[in-house]
Each structure stands twice: as C-alpha cells, then as structure tokens.
Design a protein. Structure first.
Lengths: 994, 418
C-alpha cells in the first residue's frame, strides 16, 4: 500500500481496526498519495484521510458500478491491460440474460430454490470446445459490451439517489482513481467486513475487482483489492481452515452423493482437461493432503483413504449449526477463540441454542459470556431460562495466550510470521496444539481395541508428533508436516521445496499445498527476520508468504504483454530475454521460463498451456474475470440490491433484495418488513455495527483488562445532532434501541461525525453501534448490552456471512426495561409492525410468472405499484409463495435438491450443496461437532495459528475474501485457489472487525 | 545566577559575549541557552519526543504501552468522560501519555488555518519550499531582523502566540520578536536565509474542509527550565544524563510543591484521588490493582529505565504510525521543522510547532509537538512559564525596595541631622 498513488478505503475503518497496517497508508500519504475514505461514518480513518465520502450503508455496488460505467464510457480504462489480461473479449452464451432484461435477475433463476443455474452464463464455444473471442471487443456478446450495458444505469444521478453522494464527490472520486491508474501510477482499494457483511457482500468485492482490472491495477505494486483480515491469523485459519466446507489449501470438503468417488472429487477440484491454471494439478494437492493425514494407511488401492474424509450434505455454518442445536440436533460444542454469546449475530438465538446442548467446552482466558450464559445471561435475568432447567454441562478450560506458545501467524498479505514462546502458560493453561494433541491421544487410546470401521479414520491418523522435554508437541514438526515431504525413493523424508514437487502417486505428503516451501531445506522460513535495513523494500527475507514466498499475487501483470515493466516507477517483475527467465524484486508468479510471446493451440490442457500473457494463473483460462461465468452463486456480474431490512426501495431494479440471499425465517429471527411495506415505519432508522480500536471483538481479550476497558468503558451509540433532536436524545444520556430481535440500552454520543443522508427526498438517519460489550461474564471489568443481540441472521449466499452493516430499528430516549419487560418491549414493536416469520424474507419482488415470462419475452418496464407489491409478496409478506419452510433438523434453506448436475457445475468449489432427500445423517468426521462449530473470534489471533495443528478450529473471523491482490473473487470449477478463498462462511461473524 | 545570565542574553538578543558564564550550557544556533541551572555536563545528547499530531490515528496504544511498562494503576472511572473518544481525561499521576480527541467543523478549521498563516506571515514574506536542511546562523540573523521589523507581537491572535508559545507577554517587546521567529518560522527558511517565492506552488488546502477530528498524544514536556524541578524542596526531581526530568520516588516526600510548579499541569501526586476512583453508578466498579509509589509525585520519566538499556521509550516504540518519534532533541526539532514546512507547502497552514522555541517561558521543551490548531484547543497552555522565571525580577525589585528603604532611612537620618 505504501507504493500506491491513491488509496480508496471503503467498507473498512482501517485506522481503527487495523492500526498497525495503517502505517503503510500513512507512509503512502507521506509519499504523496491521496487517501479517500468512503464510509457512513466519519471515523479515525477519515480523520487521517484526504477526503471523506459519506455513503448509505449497503449501497456500495451502485457507487463502484458507477465508477465502472464512468471508466468505460469515458474510455478511461487501461486498454492494453484489459485486452490482454482479462476476459473482456470472450463471448458469452447466447442464452445469457441479465438484470437489464429481467428486472434485476439473471437468467437461470429458480424461484422455488432461490438459486441460479449458471448454464447460461458460460463462455460461448466453437465446435471444438474452444472459447469464442472478439478481439475488437465490439460484438454485443463480448464481456466488454455486456459490462457496458449492465452498468449503463449506474449513473452519477443513481449514485446521488441511492448512496446519498453528491455528483461533485462522485466526480472527485472518479478523477482520483483514474488519474492515479495506468502505466505509471496505481490505485488500491482496501476493504474489510464493511463490504463482506451484507447479503451480497461477496459481490461488493467483485465490483471493486472489476474496476481494478479495468484500470490495470491488479498484480502491480500499489494496486490490488486489499482484504483486511480481522485479526492476527484469520488468513491462516482460512488457509488451514476452520470452515465446514473447505480443507487445507482451499481444497473443497467432499459432498455426500456428489463426491462419492475420489475421481469425482478430483474432477471437482480441477483437471488439465478443463484448466490451464494451477488447479489442474488438484490431484497432487489432494493426494498429498491425504498422505499427510493418513500416512501408510493411504494407498493407491484405497484412493489414498479418501473414504476417511467426512462428507458434507449441506451448509453447516455457524448459524445453521445454531439452528440444529435449537432442534436438539447437536450434542456437544467446542468454543475456542470465540464468544458467540456476544459476538455472533442474534445473540439470544445463540444462547438459547447452547442451552440445548448436552455438553459445552469453552477454552479461553477468562469466564467469558459464552461460559456463563447459563447463570448470568440476559435470558436468566428475563426469566426465559433458569439454571436448574438447563441440562448443558459446561467445561471451562484455560487457554494459553499468544506469548505463551510458539506458532505462526498468517496475516492479511498471506505472510506467515513465526513467533516464539516467551513464557510458560500459567497454571493448567494449554495451547490449542497441546490440547488437541492430548485429546486425540486420549480418544485413540479409548478406541484402540475397536474394530468398528468408522473408527479407522481416527486410529489411522498420523498422530505421532514428537514431544519436547516438557511434554509439549514439537511445533516445528507440525509446520514441517504442513510444508510436506517426500515418501520413499532417494528423497525419502526430505522436505519439499514447493508445491510443484507434489505428486499424485503417493510419493509426497503435504498438509497444506499452498504452504509448501515454508519449510524448504528444513529451514523454518516463517521465522526469518532479516531487518528491513538489510534488504530491499520487497523484503523477501522477512517471514514467508504463500505461495512460494510471492509478495504480490499475479505479478506477471506488473509487466506489459511483451514482458517489460509498464513503467520504471512501477517495475516489479519482468522478462529477462537474455537469461530466458522472469525476474524482478519479487518471486515471479508465473512459470519461470515461459516467454511472454509463448502461445499454444489449446485453450486448456494444464499449466503447460498457459500462454505468455495469461497472468492470472489460478484461473482456468489464465485471465482476470470481468465477467464470472462460474463461482458466484448470485450472478456473474455484481448487481445492486437493497439490504434485507432496507428503508429504501431499490432505485435501480424492481427486484428489491438479493434473490439468492440465505434467509432464516423463524420466530426468534424476525425481520422488519422492508421499505414501502406496512409496518416498516415502526423500525425507521438504519443501524450498523462495528469495532473500536480499544477493544477486541466480543471483548474476551479486552473487557477483562483494566488498561483497555478504561479507554472505552461503556456501550454507546453514535447519532447525528439531527437524529438526537428528532428523537429527543440527550448527549451522553441513555437510549434504548429496538430491533425486531431485541432491545438494548446504550449511552448516547451525539456527533457531527454522523451525518443524515438524503435518499430520493427521504432523510436517512444511520445509528452506529460498537459491538464489544456483553453482560454476565465472570470478572469482566466493564459490561454492557450487546449490539449483536439486535442483529438478525440473513446471509450472503456465497459465504454465509451474516448481514450486520445495515439493519432497521427504532431508538428511544432512556434506559430499557428490566426483567421480563425487556422482551415485552420487543414484542410491542413486533405486533405494532405486524411481523411474521415471512416478513422481509421474500426472495422475489417481481411476480414469479413475470420473471418466467420476461425470460422469454424481454424486459418488464412498468414499475410495480404498492398493490402489485402486496400481491407479489403480501401485505406483511405473508402472501409469499416462493419461500419454502424450514427443513426439519438441518439445512433450512431449501426443500428441494437441485439436480446433481447443477451442483457439479456451480457448487463443487464451495461444497455448498444442500441436504439430499433421505441423506440427513450428517457425516460427522473425526472432529465431529467441533469441525462445524463457529470458530473463534474473541480472541487472540494467537490461538489459531496454522502450526497449531490441523484440529485447531479457532478463529476465523474476518472477511475471507480475496487473500490479497486477487483479481476476482469468483470461485468455481474453472477458477483457482485464490478464488476459493472466498468460499467460506467464516465471514459470517458480526464480531469481526470492521 | 544562571537565571540572571539568561535574562540578560534574552534582552540583548545575543549570548555570545557571556560565554564565561555559560560553559556548562548548551546553546542553540541563535546562541541562546537552551538549558538551565539543573543542567550539568551531559553524558548523552539531550533526548526528546517529536509528536506529530497530523498523523496520529488516536489508537491510544501509547497510553496502554506506557501504563504497561511503568505498571501504572488504571485510573479511569469506567464511565464515559463525555469528551468524544477520550475517556482518560488528561495527564496525571498514572496516565503519562494521553490522547485528546477534538471534533471541529468548518469555521474552526478556517480559523486555525488563518492563525497559522498569520504566524508565518509575521515578518516572513512567503512560505519557502522544502529546499534544505536547518537554517544557518546567518539565516537566523536575517530572520530575526525580519521578525523585528514585523512589529513584535502584532500577529498574535486572541489566544496569544499560538504555537510559538510563551514569548508573547512573557517579556518585553524584544523578546517577542525573537520568540515568533524561532518556533514557527525557523523551519521555513531557505538555506541562504532568503525565502523562496511560492506563488506558483499549489497550496490548495486538502479536500475535507467542513469537518475534522483532531487527535493528539500529550506527554510530559521535559522542559529546559523545569518548574517542577526548580521548586522541589527534597531534590527528588533531577535532571538525568539524557536531559530529561525524573522523579525519584524513594526520595519524594509527597509535599506536592511540584504540582503547582508545573505550568502544564503534568505532574501529580498518586493518591486516593487518582486511583480506584469511586464511581457514580453501582454497576461500575474500579479495578483492584497493586499501587506502587503511592503518595509520591509521578509523571513521565521518558522511560529512563529503558534509555539506560539503550531502548527507546515504550510509547514511541509502540506507535504504529510513527506519530510519536524519539531521538536526540535537536534531530526532533529539525524533523518537526521539515514537517511543518511540508504541510505549509501543501496549504495546511494550520500546522505549527509547540515547544520548539527556546525563548518561550520554559526555554523550550524536550517534547516537541506539531499541532494543527492553537494549543488551547488541545488543552495546552499557549504561554507556559516556569514559575521561577520571575524570581530574579522579584529579587531585583525586592532589592531595589530594600535599597530605597535604606535610602529613605538614611535620608531621614541625614535630614534629622540637619
């Protein structure tokens, strides 16, 4: 970031939530860069930026889409980059239709399942299966022309009426990013959960990726779309995941009935026949993982023990798991590095869910609220729960903190950094590594005489880590296993140098293929700490970045098609014609000797077919995807929809909300009706949740510490002077905030940093709520009501993150009622609004038959009247015909299973498939419930270090989106591992930082 | 006696002739003494901070690192202080670094910009581009002339001289001219003593002009003429070999004289009033912490213990954006001058230095600040004066009065004889 000429921070409060990383923004400013903060609030980031552009929460795609439109219409894109490095010239299927044609929908929508079949989004092909292209970009079916049409309605006027941003501010932003892009200059975007935590969060990031590809800012110094991860090793806990649908290195978790055979699974990962990116070697990565886990028990004859892997048969994210608990479908639960009673959306639902468990293990530093809800929680106070009626047995185990154990942190730039143990943990506190190792040893002892085949995966695990003199697991042995080693032959036992050494024949093992090389030459390269004064700015000898120690992904794009740097100022990696190799200050992210002018006949055929100008080597076709033919559940191009509880009608399309968002219609998870519908006036204000510098997520690492607690001692809300006057709020007095889920009280900060926005003549007031406080924990220095109790659970369909940045509520002066009257107040508002389970949960705002008709007959043009709206989805939403009821006991979203064919095409990469009829028995793997338990957020990024062992399931918090400079957050059969970084539900946490 | 020397040099605008009295004193490039009677032979360069508030992100890591390192008691009430994001209030016995948060809207920003511009305009034709290093003595001399011709204190706003601190009103007109020159403008000069015409340099102010949120980390100033040290009756306060001012808690008897002696309100006695503070509401309770050095005066030591080990202070080491810099005081002042010049060149004329002026009422401070508004806005005194500053004058007056009385008495005798 220090190399950027312009930095746009949007969807992130970087200075407050990533203060250490913000030093690079400060440095860029010192070097003359312009820093722009696009955010609903004026924050500490804004205070250190050149320009604040206030925006209505949840409208980011309109702003970014308008920038795309401006760049295209005014010919401001980086022509040579776009033509050579993106899929702009590809022709898309003749059957493709987009929101322009279908009132906001794409072709392929199934109103019964609320999902898309992406068949019509594919590249058009000739008879030989080769993609059709038009290098002139003029064919109306080219990606370039489709992009132009798609964003034609994203005008500066639309920005003003949707985002509340003036044409002057929009013009400033457009000028800033275009003047600072090109051969000689680069612009970067930074985001965090302000983009991800929406019902279409993954598409927010896609929009920025498209813009950055058009401007030529991908793979170059000072460019990219920077995903700011929530804390210390959230990146690491995605790489070696704590996610239900991923295996290490972004390999998908196999799905029941779809991946029954190893061959099917490998096809899902990637094969040379359909790929020229590095996923075509998926077979080698998967076999090496299985060899690392099951050693000699994994043989060619048994498909390398593929049968031992658990299968998923639906979404088993944190919220789905909570629902299964409520339905008594979960016996036990491990909580590590997380405090779901405070940190997860709809806290009451989380606490009630835990009361259905038979046993609960909490590992933390203190008795956090998730360990004490049964005696001191809000539901005890209200009388809804009584300790004597709760059967859950709660175990509390003390945890070691990050200074008390060795391991690695993988940070936002994919940089793996080692830290050493400084002191012994106090008392019985243990590291996660030691805990899970000991647990595994005990379980295996218990099972050693078993002849039940289901115990084989546990008994055959390579669980032979050497112990040091204190009886602790040797951490180096773990990271060495992650790195990988050779098996048999003359190299037997030698650590692999990189993932190119991995083989599919069982002669290598690697616990996480993208980390292959971190222990090359039997040296822990993550522990390299050469001072910056002794090396150049790229600092390749500080830590180790996956993959292959590359500091900028896709850095082939930092050179022009001929292999020369785009400019001296921005040189990074280039072709050395004399040596016949790529060279530069970074490790080239390209086959080292592939000449820039290398061409091959076939479009696919493995990495040997990558052309010299295919920089995006993890993509199936080597190009940056402006248009995503596969990988995105909710459409190939980002399209604006309003948040679930928006107080505004969608100004761009008749379709109001993301038609594929994951809703959870339940009595304990009610939603406001949505703009324009009766009852919506009961919840007139928008609230948004976020973090403060002074606290750490749900407070487990800060509210117990006096030095941090005194800095931000009390829960507060931030409101504008205008809203304070409208409602009658006293500065620093008390306010009660009511949502359809809960009521909380806060102190009131009246500040001009909050600003009402005018949207289509309507004044929109936004209320800011930090979410660090909770009540009932033992020994917390400060307590307060939890903002996350207000949140409902509605999720992004790609990654199952909850929407927590734009919700509807009411605010009243004064403190909330105590005891049972608290819930009475919530109930009063609900009945006034006439809420039902269907409220706000309609997927279609356009009558089903109209969509079906328009699919054949072109677009609908008549706006819907209020009557139409009510016909479409009922006065309170009750007339909806398209929502399906909860499926008993598990994945609640859909009753019908789309055909396996559809899944194979769209869902393999994410493992996001749904319950199969008659297959509700979830394949609980060796790690059982814990594998699907929410992972950590409260604490200590220290707990989730990659080297803490494969069973570590703590901490995944932050936006999982693009690891770093990644061009294109799509995933899917034809994309690469970088892409898969998105396919996680770890973004779901409301806890996550901003 | 040393004080006497200093006063004379100020009045004469030159100290060169007084060398015999000042052998142990460091002088700045104007030949002015920057140190005071507590200064002995220095084993090290004088150390100090440069706190650049223009890049402070208000993370408060300095506050926490300071308390952690020094094991200072938590001293907040665990209630909102009703002061934006500031909940620790100010420097005291336990909080040795404190971050202020100030929310301002457009007209205040313009006033700050205007007042900073005026400070520059005083005697200075234009803002110079960042062309060179520190000014030469010759440059300073011409600068001084220019400042003098600018009419003394005429540019001072209602709040005094703003950044340039204490010169205004603390002495005669001659001092005032010197004062203005030194703190604000010395960094704005070309190497050859002339100033460049910046009329064709883009000095458009930055883009957000209708609102701002100032953040600033305050700390003990480690004054050249330290009031706390001057008045300490027990010798508990001393000047270290790094030029800093430190309390020896095992010597301090808790008399509290130093508390009144500090013109910045920094030093405070650690007692029941500042620890385990009682709270208003029963759902708040102060933490129980071990309290050391209870009943004695406490303040920032500039991490004396760390300096002795060759380490930098905890606050500057932890500062993520290098808003707090630590080093030789002379270097700090130079960096500060370069920075203020850069900001002015960008049109940010609200930038000004605080504590860099060796002619203010405390002889300049070891902790130098770059501020974006007048000092009062941050809770800093615009015109800090060491309380012993007037002692020589008082002694002189008292002496004169005594002489007069003796004269009267003598006269009466003489008259009686007549």
């Amino acid at each position: 970031m220090a190399n950027a000429d312009c930095i746009v921070i949007q969807g992130s409060n970087m200075a407050e939530c990533h203060p250490v990383g913000y030093q690079w923004v400060v440095e860029a400013r010192m070097r003359g860069a312009k820093v722009i903060h696009v955010d609903p609030r004026f924050t500490r980031t804004t205070a250190n930026a050149d320009k604040h552009v206030p925006i209505r929460a949840g409208s980011d795609i309109v702003l970014l889409g308008a920038l795309i439109r401006g760049v295209l219409e005014q010919d401001l894109f980086f022509d040579e980059y776009v033509r050579h490095y993106t899929n702009a010239a590809n022709l898309i299927s003749e059957d493709y239709q987009g929101p322009e044609d279908l009132e906001g929908l794409f072709s392929g929508y199934d109103p019964t399942t609320h999902t898309y079949d992406s068949a019509t989004w594919q590249y058009a092909q000739d008879e030989d299966g080769e993609p059709l292209v038009d290098p002139t970009l003029e064919d109306p079916r080219t990606v370039f022309q489709i992009l132009k049409r798609h964003y034609a309605r994203y005008t500066p006027e639309a920005v003003e009426t949707t985002c509340g941003i003036s044409p002057e501010d929009f013009g400033y932003l457009l000028r800033a990013v275009t003047e600072n892009s090109g051969r000689d200059r680069t612009t970067c975007f930074a985001y965090a959960v302000g983009w991800t935590q929406h019902s279409l969060g993954a598409q927010f990031i896609r929009t920025a990726s498209i813009l950055q590809l058009l401007l030529g800012n991908m793979g170059r110094p000072g460019g990219g779309v920077m995903a700011l991860r929530g804390h210390a090793t959230i990146q690491g806990s995605t790489d070696i995941p704590t996610l239900f649908n991923l295996l290490p290195g972004y390999l998908p978790m196999p799905s029941a009935a779809i991946h029954d055979r190893f061959d099917d699974y490998v096809t899902g990962v990637g094969r040379p026949e359909t790929q020229k990116g590095f996923w075509s070697n998926g077979n080698a990565y998967a076999v090496s993982l299985l060899k690392a886990w099951w050693g000699d028990a994994a043989t060619k004859d048994n498909d390398f023990a593929f049968e031992y892997l658990p299968r998923i048969n639906g979404a088993h994210g944190t919220y789905q798991t909570a629902v299964r608990m409520l339905e008594d479908g979960v016996d036990g639960f491990f909580i590590l590095g997380q405090n779901p009673a405070v940190g997860s959306a709809n806290g009451r639902m989380q606490r009630m869910a835990m009361s259905h468990l038979k046993w609960l293990v909490v590992r933390d530093f203190s008795l956090i609220e998730s360990a004490t809800w049964w005696k001191n929680g809000p539901e005890i106070e209200s009388g809804e729960l009584a300790p004597e009626d709760i059967d859950t047995e709660v175990f509390f185990l003390p945890a070691a903190n990050h200074t008390e154990k060795a391991g690695s942190f993988t940070q936002t730039q994919r940089l793996v950094q080692w830290r050493f143990k400084a002191v012994d943990p106090p008392g019985q506190a243990q590291s996660e590594l030691d805990f899970f190792h000991a647990l595994g040893v005990k379980i295996r002892e218990r099972l050693q005489d078993s002849d039940d085949p289901r115990d084989r995966p546990l008994l055959d695990l390579t669980w032979d880590y050497p112990l040091d003199e204190h009886g602790d697991v040797d951490v180096d042995a773990v990271i060495r296993e992650i790195n990988g080693f050779h098996i048999g032959g003359e190299d037997d036992g030698r650590a692999v140098d990189g993932f190119n050494e991995l083989r599919a024949d069982g002669s290598t093992a690697s616990g996480c293929w993208i980390y292959a090389g971190v222990f090359a030459g039997d040296e822990n390269r993550a522990a390299r700490k050469k001072p910056r004064s002794e090396q150049d700015e790229t600092a390749l000898d500080w830590g180790w970045a996956w993959p292959a120690n590359r500091r900028i992904l896709y850095n082939r794009a930092s050179a022009d098609p001929q292999g020369l740097p785009w400019s001296e100022r921005k040189r990074h990696v280039w072709w050395d014609a004399d040596a016949g190799r790529w060279t530069g200050s970074d490790v080239p992210d390209f086959p080292a000797d592939r000449a820039p002018d290398a061409t091959f006949e076939s479009a696919y055929g493995g990495t040997g077919s990558l052309r010299g100008d295919d920089p995006f080597i993890m993509q199936a076709d080597g190009k940056g995807w402006l248009f995503a033919p596969s990988g995105m559940i909710d459409g190939p191009l980002p399209t604006h929809f309003e948040p679930q509880e928006s107080t505004v009608r969608n100004p761009l399309y008749r379709q109001q909300n993301n038609p594929t968002r994951v809703t959870m219609p339940r009595e304990d998870n009610l939603s406001a009706p949505g703009a324009g519908l009766p009852g919506s006036e009961v919840y007139p204000y928008v609230f948004t949740t976020y973090r403060l510098t002074e606290h750490h997520t749900a407070g487990g690492m800060s509210r117990w510490l006096p030095y941090l607690s005194e800095l931000q001692p009390e829960m507060f809300c931030e409101v504008s002077p205008e809203l304070a006057a409208e409602v009658g709020l006293e500065p620093y007095g008390w306010a009660t905030i009511v949502s359809p889920r809960a009521a909380i009280e806060t102190r009131v900060l009246v500040t001009k940093r909050m600003r009402p926005l005018t949207i289509a003549g309507q004044t929109i007031h936004q209320i800011g709520l930090p979410y660090h406080w909770g009540s009932g924990g033992d020994g917390a220095v400060v307590e307060g009501d939890s903002a996350n109790d207000l949140l409902g659970v509605t999720m992004d369909p790609n990654v199952f993150i909850q929407a927590s940045k734009s919700l509807a509520g009411a605010i009243l002066p004064g403190r909330r009622p105590r005891g049972p009257e608290r819930q009475d107040l919530v109930e009063k508002f609900r009945s006034e609004a006439g809420l039902t389970q269907e409220s706000g949960n309609q997927h279609l705002s356009v009558p089903v038959e109209d969509v079906a008709a328009s699919a054949g007959a072109g677009r609908l043009t008549e706006p819907l009247s209020q009557e139409d709206l009510e016909v479409a989805y009922g006065p309170h939403g009750t007339g909806c015909t398209c929502d399906t009821p909860m499926v008993e006991g598990a994945d609640f979203r859909r009753a019908e299973q789309p055909s396996p064919t559809t899944h194979r095409r769209t869902d393999d990469r994410t493992g996001r498939v749904d319950i199969l009829p008659g297959a509700e028995a979830v394949a609980e793997g060796p790690s059982g419930e814990s594998a699907e338990g929410p992972a950590g957020e409260t604490d200590d990024g220290g707990r989730d270090e990659a080297a803490d062992g494969s069973a570590d399931e703590s901490g995944e918090e932050a936006p999982a989106e693009t690891p770093n400079d990644e061009p294109d957050p799509t995933k899917g059969e034809h994309s690469g591992p970088g892409q898969q970084a998105h396919g996680t539900d770890q973004q779901r946490r409301s806890e996550e930082d901003d | 006696m040393t004080t006497q020397v200093r006063r004379e040099t100020l009045a004469e605008g030159s100290a060169v002739g007084e060398a015999s009295m000042e052998e142990s004193l460091t002088t700045d490039r104007l030949g002015e003494p920057t140190e005071h009677r507590s200064w002995g032979a220095q084993a090290h360069e004088r150390k100090g901070f440069f706190t650049d508030t223009s890049i402070c992100i208000g993370c408060k890591a300095c506050e926490v690192a300071c308390k952690e390192w020094n094991s200072n008691p938590q001293d907040g009430t665990y209630e909102l202080l009703e002061s934006s994001y500031d909940n620790t209030g100010g420097l005291g016995a336990n909080t040795w670094r404190h971050v202020a948060f100030i929310e301002q809207d457009g007209d205040r920003i313009e006033k700050a910009r205007e007042s900073g511009r005026k400070l520059v305009g005083l005697g200075m034709p234009t803002v110079g581009p960042p062309t060179g290093a520190a000014t030469t003595p010759g440059a300073a001399a011409s600068n001084e002339d220019a400042a003098a011709s600018g009419g003394g204190c005429s540019g001072c706003g209602p709040s005094g001289c703003g950044p340039s601190g204490g010169g205004c009103g603390s002495g005669g007109g001659a001092q005032a001219g010197t004062t203005i020159e030194a703190d604000l403008l010395s960094g704005l000069l070309d190497g050859d003593g002339t100033t460049a015409d910046l009329s064709n340099v883009d000095t458009t102010p930055p883009d957000t002009a209708d609102f701002r949120w100032l953040m600033s980390s305050d700390v003990c100033k480690h004054c050249t003429h330290a009031g706390c040290l001057d008045v300490c009756p027990t010798g508990a306060l001393f000047r270290t070999e790094f030029g800093t001012v430190v309390v020896q808690n095992d010597v301090c008897n808790g008399c509290g004289t130093c508390v009144a002696g500090c013109p910045f309100g920094v030093i405070e006695r650690r007692d029941d009033g500042t620890i385990n503070t009682p709270t208003d509401r029963d759902d708040r309770s102060a933490s129980e912490m071990d309290v050391h050095d209870e009943g004695t005066a406490n303040k920032c030591t500039l991490c004396y213990d760390r300096l002795l080990e060759g380490q930098e202070p905890a606050c500057s080491q932890t500062c993520p954006t290098q808003s707090i810099k630590f080093g030789d005081r002379e270097d700090m002042v130079e960096q500060a001058e370069v920075r203020v010049r850069d900001l002015h060149a960008k049109g940010l004329t609200e930038a000004r230095l605080y504590g860099a002026n060796p002619h203010d009422g405390v002889g300049g401070t070891g902790s130098v600040f770059l501020l974006l508004d007048e000092p009062e806005v941050y809770g800093l005194p615009p015109d800090p004066r060491v309380p012993t500053k007037d002692l020589p004058g008082m002694w002189a007056s008292a002496g004169a009065a005594a002489l007069g009385m003796i004269g009267v008495a003598a006269l009466s005798f003489l008259g009686g004889r007549r």
